[in-house]
Design a binder for this molecule. Structure first.
Ligand code: ATP
Ligand code: MG
Length: 414
């Protein structure tokens, strides 16, 4: 991509009403646009980051047997009434709307109800189980506070996975597989070192659920962490019984601010029973399907990467999520420099390297400031000086020194 063609421009200031660091930086760098509080458009570079995060999650979900599908946003009131989750007294974040022909619809805040009903078409016998299905879908939630940028949107994307098992043993085994897959996801996107599997409130089917909580000053959640064992408990559930249960001593626990980047939940029969999702076992007995649900917010993950890794110069993307692998920055307009940089650009493209080529006629200081703000992991600089030596200057976003290298050597670091 030639930067001169990119319609997004960097900005000195974020909107005055934007208080979160993640949205401020992402807006200034041209990754997102703020429509209104809690509602953000993904611009080309923001979309590239989200697609990278989604692809990392998708690989892990497929590897544990997940089948990708795509449910609808519009929700049928009837099924949510069956589980007692239509009423705003029960679920207070609904966005609802009316049909012209009469009747109410909801915009899905989550998808347990529709997927459980849908699966009644596909599950009747033990032979049909287990099934693991997931999607990346836009969710709508009328969140009261929307001050954390893309970490808490009113419209946001979620990867939600649902498991359908014969029994508790099947669920327990799959639940642990998802937990490991989530750990790999958070490691790959670059926040694993600060992310803890955390005991959180369960339901009638299991004492605890688990959240994946990333330690971060911008976090809205609070956990208690035992640094020695790595065991973490959401502050909301910590009491004497839980301490005893998990063999923890209050004095060893440190309170941390965290962002919940994912969670996993054993649902049991909470949705299958009211929605009529049953199967016939080997001896002909009808039994409710045992469900679990597992969520990660790609947008929240992107916001967490920004909160955790960015510095005073701007964004810092790990290789795995960066919008481009390399930022090729050309200094000057001399014919020799232009043709050197143009050739390098097309060579990189031919090799399948994702490259943002700053071919704009701007002062070096402006170009470097933009490059730092955008945060691509590696920068290749082409100038009169480098061309004279038939080399390029290579700089990593997080290092202060740069190094003069041959193109051949520079390619090796990509
Ligand atoms: P929170 O307690 O932060 O509101 P939640 O418990 O409502 O989160 P879930 O319903 O379990 O979250 O959603 C699964 C995942 O979706 C979360 O772990 C998070 O990554 C993401 N997520 C939830 N709400 C939002 C939101 N408003 N904006 C962006 N991502 C979200
Ligand atoms: Mg919530």
């Amino acid at each position: 991509m030639r930067q001169s063609q990119l319609f997004t421009k960097t900005r000195k200031e974020a909107p005055a009403d934007e208080v979160s660091k993640n949205a401020q930086l992402l807006i200034r760098a041209g990754f997102i646009h703020k429509e209104m509080a809690g509602v953000y458009t993904l611009l080309p570079m923001g979309l590239r980051v989200i697609k990278n995060i989604e692809e990392i999650i998708r690989k892990e979900m497929n590897a544990i047997g997940g089948q990708e599908m795509f449910l609808t946003v519009l929700q049928d009131k009837e099924i949510w009434e069956k589980t007692n989750r239509w009423s705003s007294d029960k679920v207070d974040i609904w966005f609802k709307t009316n049909l012209k022909s009469g009747g109410e619809l909801g915009l899905g805040p989550t998808h347990e109800e529709p997927i459980a009903r849908m699966m009644t078409n596909h599950i009747s016998s033990y032979k049909n189980l287990p099934i693991y299905a997931y999607q990346f879908q836009t969710k709508f939630r009328n969140e009261v506070r929307a001050k954390s940028g893309i970490i808490r949107g009113r419209e946001f994307s979620m990867k939600d996975l649902y498991s359908f098992d014969l029994d508790q043993t099947g669920l327990d085994a799959f639940y642990e597989k998802v937990a490991l897959a989530y750990k790999r996801v958070f490691n790959t996107v670059g926040i694993g070192h600060q992310t803890y599997r955390t005991f959180a409130s369960g339901g009638p089917f299991s004492k605890y659920s688990h959240e994946f909580q990333t330690v971060c000053e911008a976090g809205e959640d609070r956990i208690y962490l035992d640094e020695k064992s790595g065991i973490a408990v959401n502050k909301e559930v910590l009491n004497d019984e839980v301490l005893k249960d998990l063999k923890l001593a209050k004095k060893d626990l440190i309170e941390k601010k965290t962002i919940e980047v994912g969670n996993i939940f054993k649902l049991g029969t909470k949705f299958s029973e009211p929605l009529g999702l049953f199967y016939t076992d080997e001896s002909g007995v009808s039994k409710p399907v045992i469900m679990g649900s597992y969520g990660i917010g790609p947008g929240r993950v992107m916001g967490t990467i920004v909160e955790l890794l960015s510095d005073d110069k701007g964004l810092v993307w790990p290789k795995t999520t960066a919008p481009f692998q390399v930022h090729l920055v050309r200094l000057g307009e001399n014919q020799a420099v232009v043709s050197f940089a143009d050739n390098l650009y097309s060579d990189l493209e031919k090799r399948g390297v994702e490259v943002l080529y700053d071919d704009r006629d701007l002062r070096p200081g402006e170009k470097f400031a933009d490059s730092d703000l955008i945060g691509i992991p590696v920068r290749f600089v082409v100038s009169d000086k480098t061309v004279a030596e038939n080399k390029i200057e290579v700089k990593h976003r997080t290092l202060s020194e740069s190094e003069l290298m041959s193109i051949k050597d520079a390619l090796k670091i990509l």
